[in-house]
Design a protein. Sequence first.
Lengths: 263, 183
Amino acid sequence: MMNFEERKAEILRRSNNRIIERRKNRRRALGVCIPLCLILIAVSVKTVFPIVKDDLQKVESPADTDESNSFYGNAEDGISVNENPDHNYGYDGVIKDNTDISDYDYGYKGDQDGSENKTDIPKNFSFSLTWNVNGCSSYNCETGELIKFKSAKEPMDYTAQLYLSDEQKLKIWNLLCTLNIDEYPREYDPHGGTFGSDPSMTLILTVKYGSYEKTVTAENIALSFNAENAKRQKFLDVCKAIKDILTSTDEWKSLPEYEYYFK
Amino acid sequence: MDNGASSYRRFLDGDESAFDEIMKELFDKLVFFIDRYVKDVQVAEDIAIDVFSDLIVNKNKYNFKVELKTYLFMLGRSRALNYLKRKKIINYVELNEAENASSEYCEIERIVLEDERKRVVNNALNLLSDDMRVAVHLIYFEELSYEEAAKVMKKNKKQIDNLLYRAKKELFVILGKDGERLL
């Protein structure tokens, strides 16, 4: 058997060894756990974020849901943008969301306060707007075709060529920048499908530049430019502002009055 | 000394000499107790060293709700049982090693059991079952209370009482009339 000093020395030796071993194990555990946690976080962010983003877009507007389809009526009765030739709003039904608007750095990062940003217009920028309040009107910036009343007996009487000035284009571009159209679904109801009106209103806004193209169709919505929340209001405000710019031009004023106001 | 609790407090506050006091007071008794299980003094000493190093490594584990002696005996019993579980084969030792082991046991018995009467009872304990032997050791030799002995053995007070009652009856048979007097 050991004497007292030997026992004490052995106790202290074993204690030190255990403490050192414990510290080593802790360091090893941290060395494995921390990278593992970081990997898990990175994978979950990469996986979950796009799903959440899509869900939020769907939740924002019921335009893509069955409930919203019922607002527009059954498929047999409703208006099919692509199939019904009587409703040609100057939109060829081709959607090319090849790139995200954020891929183009124009110094704009989604400003929502409505202030105008004096940014340069990208090359090949064009837009088209169809609005249907009195009759059916549209403007295609690419072709310059301004139509006041498509449903007129003589539609050509209500058609003019309008080439916007750089200042007007810049103004419209800045309006579109504040809108951040990429956040809106392709079929959209700014009133959330909560109410309708007779007559109804249609707004179809298309933005193109480079290889990017996005169309937002608000078809047969309630005839009102007032919405419940800021995002919906923004869409209506921008469409109305563009419409006001177009209808303030001499070309528009030179076109005759509507044959009728409500059908 | 309250079985080491106050010394341990001083040790936790930084007094290194307090640990020496605890060792001097309790180490041999712990070895003697562990030997009840493992029946090998050297192994018992090794386990006792582990138990005391546990006091240094896990300083905050002892919560002072029981006496330090009881706490050490609890740890010692647990480690002894773990050792017995791991020990799957019977070790055959050379005769001279067995003699050495026997002499070490006598030495520790002499250190712990100064009382001649206790030595007589101690010799008879080897004929009892493990639980009875440990219960008698804790109550009679270490003078723990029934509650503390129950904590060490992880039994309740009634079970300890029963063990002691049966142990006394058997010791009476083993030791004869003298046995009753000794207990």
